[in-house]
Design a protein around this ligand. Structure first.
Ligand SMILES: [Zn+2]
Length: 232
């Protein structure tokens, strides 16, 4: 009976380690997804910044063009001989100056917008760098724990083999192994007359027998080997 309990405890340790190992790839995936999300966000903000900057360049070019036009009109006005021509160029000059003013107002807005967007982009890039560092550390520690639990698992499996070898009742071991395979656990630990695994109520007589710990009993409902809760 003590060997069965030792086997049960070892199997619990083994299954804890296996779960731990299985969790690592999932956790790594989660970390990489989080990283990808921030990378995408960085790209998005970078694209917005590029669009604003393209608008800035276009407006600056337009201002330059209009300034050249203005110079041209002014020169022509000075050389104008006819009054109508002079007045027409004067109107052109006023219109161009007005246009330049409007463009420069727009340009000022774009400068402010660009500055704001640069702040956002820098902030997102900063958190990306922080996240990359954080994830790198977490991944390292996850991989370390994966390696550790792999090594520990080999030791525990070996210990299990040795415990199982001490069990003389081969039929019992087979039954136990079958239960582990089919139901995930082979033993129900009892504190009260209820199977801890399938939760069915046990007859008082059976519970009393289990408490004596001198014979192997199984749950009538799930077939697990019943063991009274030992005192730690
Ligand atoms: Zn049961």
């Amino acid at each position: 009976m003590n060997i069965m309990v030792a086997l049960y405890q070892k199997d619990n340790e083994i299954s804890r380690l296996k779960n731990l190992k299985n969790e690592v790839p999932e956790k790594l995936d989660g970390l990489n997804n989080a990283l990808r999300k921030i990378q995408e966000e960085c790209e998005e903000e970078g694209k917005i910044l590029e669009t604003i900057d393209a608008r800035r360049r276009k407006l600056e070019r337009e201002v330059e063009e209009q300034k050249l036009n203005l110079e041209n009109f002014k020169k022509r006005k000075q050389e104008a001989r006819r009054n109508e021509e002079f007045l027409a160029l004067k109107r052109e000059i006023e219109r161009t100056e007005e246009k330049i003013n409007q463009l420069e107002d727009k340009l000022l807005e774009v400068y402010i917008e660009k500055e704001e967007q640069e702040k956002i982009s820098n902030q997102v890039n900063k958190s990306l760098k922080e996240k990359e560092k954080e994830i790198e550390e977490q991944s390292k520690s996850l991989n370390k724990s994966l390696q550790e639990s792999t090594e520990e698992l080999i030791i525990k499996e070996d210990e299990r083999l040795r415990i199982a070898a001490r069990l003389q009742d081969e039929g019992l071991l087979r039954r136990y192994n079958r239960l582990i395979e089919s139901r995930g656990s082979g033993i129900a630990i009892l504190e009260e007359p209820i199977c801890s695994e399938c939760h069915s109520t046990l007859p008082p007589q059976l519970f009393a027998e289990v408490r004596k710990c001198d014979k192997i009993h199984t749950c009538h409902s799930c077939g697990r080997i019943l063991i009274y809760k030992w005192i730690d």
